[in-house]
Design a protein around this ligand. Structure first.
Ligand code: NAG
Ligand code: NAG
Ligand code: NAG
Ligand code: NAG
Ligand code: NAG
Ligand code: NAG
Ligand code: NAG
Ligand code: NAG
Ligand code: NAG
Ligand code: NAG
Ligand code: NAG
Length: 809
């Protein structure tokens, strides 16, 4: 068994053969338990915001310690203080921290006096011992500086915490028997509670106590509120007393409490507690059942999933680990001697793609349905580009259930979601990107999805403007249909949203409509030509004479997207605005005409017609020069999703070797196995999937049946398709672990010469074998017109797309 101590792999000899994992020692990844290569602590500080605790694949219960530093995913390896342990979390999100409801904390009250315990969050926060952290799939352990140790595991909707007070002198100090106390706080990570209830059922001398309740909280990036329910059973000794606490005082009477927002919305700190008669020799267990339906359901979830009073903690841990092994099983690699870091980064990324979305089936408070219910789409703007396409490959059964759940949301709410968390509607970031997700599933033949319903849902996005397009659908549709672009400072009395992002929304709506036209065509609908024509609307915001200055000097590149008023007059946004060289632009901070990215970066966001972009920008040479300047000048924001596709754009001008070079320039320098190894918020598993696809050597252009081919970062990668049970293999010949040879010289598909620089999803469903022969310089492989990925405009009427301009060396 391998355990992660702040990033260092340690093999515990007690659990079997000691594996030599010294740097550089050759070993075969396939001979060891794949979970030994998963480090959940990657991205647990410096803004990765990953969830580092115990969970099942897509599990609702996510148990971890919450800290008062970087607490977006609950825990951080930033050396801050632990404020409690809770079991609902989201992974990798930015902005306000999500969930973290009903934290519990073990304490010993000095002098055994209740009022000496530190109940409020500010005074109870305790440092953890840096070297005590153990994070593994399905398991998390940490020791507090006061000597109390906590470890935890989960089932689907419940968590089991184990608190060990034994290093506290086995519950005696100063000659007095000390009584461990478990405190429950009616709060969440960002103190969004509106009101909450708690009640305690405990008998003096009894062997366990039950604390249950509910609370109304706010979603961290969305509208409305949600109610969460819990049912906590605490056991492990004889109950000494129990009751409620408010601010820094506690009492054994009453046994229930209702708390609301008081004067000036004052945030009252309050909750329940139970104490056990000391000294205590064994662990105290806290089993936390959760639900979004009712307290009773929270109790039932816990009783059903973690049964008995003598909990089989280790059994639960191994069940969780088996569930993860099963999810990772379709993938295997032959490392070819690459570093351990690279392999850990890879397997941990696979793991992180299955933390969210979360499977809340059976926990939907809004309607009843026999369809699956997934939540924590946080947000689809982040997930559609690489994470969900990865699930289509590695876990198509679940991806199909996710697509069905999107359609069930459409059926019952009238709109596909764009972002959603804790059962609430989240804020829309740009386009209606569930459209792209569904069409990607369509072109990749996922099964069990009602495509007519999908068509209806996407047409609804394309044609009907909702009153509140900040949470669903699209805004400015009247202008979109009349003018063929989203105007700067649009006049839109039909619906309401943040009236910004006119450029990025125009680009995203164009791609959404392209995806819709693909589905329409596939289903034999005549509307496909109408949407194909709308898919070209992006061209209306291209201002051919726009220049861009950096540090007051003309960059020499001309032609950028610019905002355009209703009357057709151009507005202005500095092309470098919203790039890392300027300010960050989101919905609320510095809202601009481009969302979270600059005109520079959005110039490359035309996934369906890259060839037209190449043509507009003056042909292959200026296009490549611009791409290069973008990636080397600091303008590219590699920590956010819109940049991803730009890495692979050289494929469209017959320079696949440049895409490979660019991928290697970012991995591992910006995506690696350190706790700070992510360049930005993981955004569920988006950063993870960027790493994965590069490592696999096939990068998707989702919504299209296209993967760009570069050499995998391992000698070979095999993935078994769960629907067809066929195994696809992509193998490098002449591979070197130092990555000197990253240029494909020639390729064979199932033994036949293959010259295209891209391939379709059939590769995975049919279980094909692609062999790439590598060399140290670019070759003419994949460079010819007929080798390039499809693009709506393949016309080279201007003659400006000059191919075969590769140079050796
Ligand atoms: C624990 O780690 C944090 C973050 O690296 C550091 O700031 C702190 O000093 C460390 N604490 C100890 C006791 O080493
Ligand atoms: C033990 O006694 C010391 C000195 O009176 C006091 O500071 C400390 O809090 C006591 N420890 C506990 C665990 O009660
Ligand atoms: C606590 O009790 C256990 C079991 O009796 C014993 O093994 C352990 O050494 C004790 N710990 C301390 C700190 O006294
Ligand atoms: C709790 O707060 C929610 C949201 O503000 C409100 O709808 C609900 O009525 C409140 N419940 C009670 C019992 O006050
Ligand atoms: C929360 O629990 C209290 C006490 O049992 C109950 O009165 C209240 O209706 C519950 N609130 C919700 C939203 O279920
Ligand atoms: C178009 O509208 C903008 C913004 O109101 C205004 O500045 C500009 O002068 C108008 N152009 C014309 C040609 O009227
Ligand atoms: C702009 O100026 C800054 C500060 O002088 C410098 O660090 C940076 O490299 C310059 N950027 C470019 C693209 O010239
Ligand atoms: C790992 O990635 C982080 C985040 O991008 C970066 O800051 C760090 O320098 C990288 N570390 C290594 C060793 O490349
Ligand atoms: C999948 O294929 C493997 C190897 O050919 C075989 O052992 C296994 O039984 C197959 N599984 C299913 C579900 O068909
Ligand atoms: C999807 O199914 C169609 C019809 O059977 C087939 O032609 C196509 O190759 C399949 N696509 C993929 C990606 O498997
Ligand atoms: C593009 O130009 C090349 C070279 O002139 C020619 O061979 C090719 O057929 C053209 N492609 C298209 C789609 O017109």
């Amino acid at each position: 068994m391998a355990t992660w101590l702040l990033g260092y792999l340690v093999i515990l000899s007690a659990y079997g053969p000691i594996l030599s994992l010294a740097r550089g020692t050759p070993k075969r990844a396939e001979d060891v338990d794949v979970l030994e290569w998963v480090n959940p602590l990657i991205g647990s500080n410096s803004g990765g915001n990953v969830f580092a605790g115990a969970t099942l694949p897509y599990g609702m219960a996510k148990a971890v310690a919450d800290v008062n530093g970087e607490n977006t995913g609950g825990f951080s390896t930033d050396g801050s203080q632990i404020t409690g342990f809770s079991a609902l979390h989201d992974s990798g999100t930015g902005g306000n921290p999500s969930l973290g409801n009903f934290p519990i904390l073990p304490q010993i009250c000095p002098g055994d006096e209740l009022d000496n315990c530190n109940f409020p969050i500010g005074s109870r926060a305790t440092h953890y011992k840096n070297d005590s952290i153990v994070a593994e799939p399905g398991y998390f352990k940490v020791a507090l500086e006061n000597g109390i140790e906590a470890d935890m595991t989960v089932s689907e909707h419940a968590a089991l915490f184990r608190f060990d007070f034994s290093t506290e002198g086995n519950g005696t100090a100063n000659g007095t028997a000390l009584s461990p106390l478990i405190q429950l706080d009616l709060t969440d990570l960002w103190a969004s509670r509106q009101n909450a209830s708690v009640s305690i059922e405990a008998e003096y001398g009894g062997s366990s106590a039950r604390i249950k309740g509910n609370g109304t909280f706010l979603p961290s990036f969305g509208a409305g509120s949600y109610v969460a329910y819990f049912c906590l059973d605490v056991s492990g000794g004889k109950v000494k007393d129990s009751g409620v606490w408010v601010n820094n005082r506690a009492g054994t009477d009453p046994k229930e409490l209702y708390v609301t927002r008081g004067f000036n919305l004052f945030y009252l700190e309050a909750g329940g507690f139970v104490r056990f008669q000391g000294p205590i020799f064994g662990p105290i267990y806290a089993r936390m059942g959760l639900s979004f339906i009712s307290t009773d359901q929270a109790c039932q979830n816990a009783e059903k999933e973690i049964s008995g009073l003598e909990y089989d903690f280790d059994g639960l841990v191994s069940k969780a680990k088996d569930a993860w092994r099963k999810k990772l099983a379709p993938i295997s690699i032959q490392s070819g001697g690459v570093s351990d870091d690279q392999q850990v980064s890879f397997w941990s990324a696979v793991y992180r793609t299955m933390l969210s979305p979360q499977d809340y089936t059976g926990e939907n408070p809004h309607w009843t349905s026999s369809e699956p219910y997934f939540d924590s789409f946080y947000c689809i703007w982040d997930m559609w580009r690489v994470q969900l396409p990865f699930l289509t490959i590695a876990d198509p059964g679940t991806m199909s259930r996710i697509a069905r759940s999107l359609l069930d949301i459409y059926k019952h709410r009238g709109w596909l979601p764009d972002c959603s968390m804790s059962t609430c509607k989240g804020w829309t970031q740009g386009g209606s990107d569930a459209d792209n997700v569904l069409v990607d599933a369509y072109v990749k033949n996922l099964t069990g999805i009602d495509w007519e319903l999908a068509y209806e849902a996407i047409v609804n996005d394309a044609e009907n403007e909702p009153l509140e397009w900040s949470i669903e659908g699209r805004g400015g549709l009247a202008s979109w249909k009349r003018l063929d672009y989203i105007p700067y400072l649009d006049f839109d009395p039909n619906g309401f949203g943040t009236n910004s992002r006119s450029i990025s929304r125009t680009l995203e709506y164009s791609y959404n409509d392209y995806c819709l036209s693909t589905l329409a065509k596939g289903l034999g609908k005549e509307t496909h030509t109408k949407y194909l024509s709308r898919a070209g609307n992006w061209q209306n915001l291209y201002k051919a004479d726009q220049k861009s200055l950096v540090n007051g000097t003309d960059t020499g590149f001309t032609g950028f997207f610019q905002p355009k008023y209703l009357n057709g007059t151009w507005g202005y946004q500095d092309p470098i605005a919203c790039s890392p060289l300027a300010d960050f632009c989101s919905l609320t901070s510095n809202p601009s005409e481009t969302f979270e990215s600059s005109c520079w970066e959005y110039m490359f966001f035309v996934p369906h017609d890259v060839r037209k972009v190449v043509e507009l920008l003056g042909g292959t040479d200026t296009f490549l020069k611009r791409l290069d300047y973008f990636h080397t000048s600091g303008l590219a924001d590699i920590g956010n999703e819109p940049v991803f596709l730009t890495v692979y754009m050289p494929h469209y001008v017959g320079r696949p070797g440049l895409s490979a070079e660019r991928a290697h320039s970012y991995i591992p320098s910006r995506f690696n196995s350190s706790t700070n190894g992510l360049p930005g918020n993981d955004d569920s598993g988006a950063m993870a999937s960027f790493t994965l696809f590069a490592n696999i050597g096939l990068f998707p252009n989702p919504g299209q049946n296209v993967y760009f081919i570069i050499p995998p970062f391992f000698e070979s990668v095999s993935i078994t398709n769960a629907l067809t049970n066929k195994t696809a293999t992509i193998r490098n010949l002449n591979f070197d672990a130092a990555y000197k040879r990253i240029y494909i010289q020639n390729a064979k598909l199932n033994g036949e010469v293959y010259t295209r620089n891209w391939i379709g999803h059939e590769f995975f469903t049919m279980g094909w074998t692609l062999e790439l022969t590598l060399g140290e310089t670019e070759s003419d492989w994949g460079t010819r017109e007929e080798d390039l990925p499809p693009s709506l405009s393949t016309s080279n009427s201007t003659g400006s797309i000059k191919l075969l301009t590769y140079h050796a060396g």
